[in-house]
Design a protein around this ligand. Structure first.
Ligand SMILES: *Cc1c(COP(=O)(O)O)cnc(C)c1O
Length: 462
């Protein structure tokens, strides 16, 4: 399997290269040259299989033989053995035709574990084979950092450095990162804000000379392997509800669009999906684009669903590439314009998107209302991100007869503030994390200076 860039000018790469590379050299994102298909028989044969077995079968064509089957099966089984529910991502029926896909049973209680548990293992496998080591650097305001750390803590060939803004992440989120005491995990608290941390990571990727030739790897959702791993739960949940013989719809709390794009890939592979509902919080660029053809940046708003607080949505580019019939020049042109000024999509591509995608934006007051309302009706306590998906599903679904699957992207205990504001007493952390607030922490406070951070990384890496 070869991978090509959405901007049409970077070289095509193999799966191994694409996992180790991140962003394409032309500024685009890598996508498979052809989207593999799942036949009716392939989908029928998945009924009743374990999540790991479905994962192996769905992902195998994307790996394209670059990891032998037995090894890949082991990596997948190992990755999903870290989840605390036997079904890995259980489906929970809320009402007559509305289901919650619980993606939060991994080590850090949010859906990013599904991809990052596997990505760490795939990276480690390729690095071992090549006899190389690599450094991961990332900036986080919450969810991604802890999921990346948990995904890499057992990797022999990786050192991971995660920057978070000092005293500006919640205690639960900080402790989920800083209580991992592995030798290859380095938490850096930056005396600055998230943008400072992010800028230093970007500058480090742009000029990697401080690492003397060691590879720097990105584990954000521009990495294709993350999308690939997320395709699986769309297939597994639809099969559980009767695919290929019954259509389903999905509602997805969205920010960088990696999650819902994975659903679109599942659809293109042959999964019968009626509709994708794109749910946003008040940071609504995706909703404005799909509903009003207003593809423009607006100032960041801090909301009760902080993991969806974004200005631009990086993976939307992958969908634009499909909407523009894989015309890399058109995508490059559109995104270059969008960098500097409000942009609009051409008519035909927008119409194509609207055939499958609808959207809805949910503000903070409504999030609180939905948490109360959903609990009243179903006894289910939703986290604030999932609440956006739940409301959007109820508001804009095409019909009530197609099963609707809302993706539950985080456990409510992780965002207890919103739950308290909605009028509930706190939510206890699950048993395996009950002692989180007593665990020993380790992190280094550094000034928001690029030289200081790079010197620390260069010196500490093993
Ligand atoms: C990251 C995240 C999202 C947004 O997912 P994207 O793939 O960026 O669209 C939604 N909810 C939670 C809890 C998250 O951590």
């Amino acid at each position: 399997m070869r991978y090509i860039s959405t901007r049409g000018q970077a070289p095509a790469l193999s799966f191994e290269e694409v996992v180790l590379t991140g962003m394409a050299s032309d500024g685009g994102l890598y996508v498979p040259e052809t989207i593999p298909t799942l036949s009716t028989e392939d989908l029928e044969a998945m009924a009743g299989l374990s999540y790991a077995e479905i994962a192996f079968r769905v992902m195998k064509p994307f790996v394209g033989g670059e990891i032998d089957d037995a090894t890949f099966r082991n990596l997948v089984e190992d990755a999903y053995s870290t989840f605390s529910h036997e079904a890995v991502v259980p489906l929970n029926q809320l009402s007559s035709n509305h289901f919650l896909l619980e993606l939060f049973h991994g080590p850090t209680l949010a859906f990013k574990d599904v991809a990052l548990q596997l990505l760490g293992r795939i990276l480690d496998h390729f690095l071992a084979k090549r006899g190389e080591r690599a450094v991961i650097m990332g900036a986080t305001s919450g969810d991604t950092g802890s999921a990346a750390i948990e995904g890499c803590r057992h990797c022999d060939n990786l050192d991971i450095f995660i920057l978070h803004p000092h005293k500006r992440v919640s205690e639960v989120q900080r402790r989920q990162m800083t209580s991992v005491l592995a030798d290859n995990v380095f938490n850096i608290a930056i005396e600055g804000d998230f943008d400072d941390a992010q800028a230093m990571v970007k500058a480090s990727f742009a000029d990697q000379t401080f690492l003397n030739g060691t590879r720097l790897v990105a584990v954000n959702s521009i990495n294709w392997a993350r999308i690939m791993a997320q395709v699986v739960y769309y297939v597994a949940s639809a099969v559980a509800l009767g695919a290929p013989h019954r259509e389903v719809s999905f509602s997805v709390p969205s920010a960088n669009f990696g999650n819902v794009f994975a659903g679109y890939v599942a659809y293109r592979m042959g999964l019968p999906v009626k509709q994708f509902v794109v749910a946003t919080n008040a940071n609504d660029i995706l909703h404005r684009t799909l509903a009003d053809n207003d593809f423009s940046k607006q100032a960041l708003k801090a909301t009760l669903a902080p993991s969806m607080d974004i200005v631009v949505s990086s993976n939307f580019e992958r969908l634009l590439f499909e909407a523009y019939d894989r015309d890399g020049d058109a995508v490059r042109d559109l995104l270059e314009r969008f960098q500097h000024e409000p942009a609009v999509l051409a008519e035909a591509p927008l119409a194509r998107l609207r055939e499958k995608f609808v959207s809805h934006s949910v503000d903070d007051d409504t999030i609180l209302e939905v948490i109360r309302e959903a609990h009243g009706g179903t006894k289910e306590l939703l986290d604030p991100h999932t609440a956006t998906g739940y409301r959007a599903a109820e508001r804009v679904r095409a019909d009530a007869s197609t099963p609707m699957i809302t993706l539950a992207t985080a456990h409510p205990a992780k965002f207890a503030d919103a739950v308290l504001q909605a009028g509930f007493e706190g939510v206890p952390l699950p048993a395996h994390m009950a002692d989180l607030l007593e665990r020993e922490e380790r992190y280094t406070v550094l000034p928001a200076e690029l030289e200081a951070v790079q010197a620390f990384v260069a010196e500490q890496r093993r």
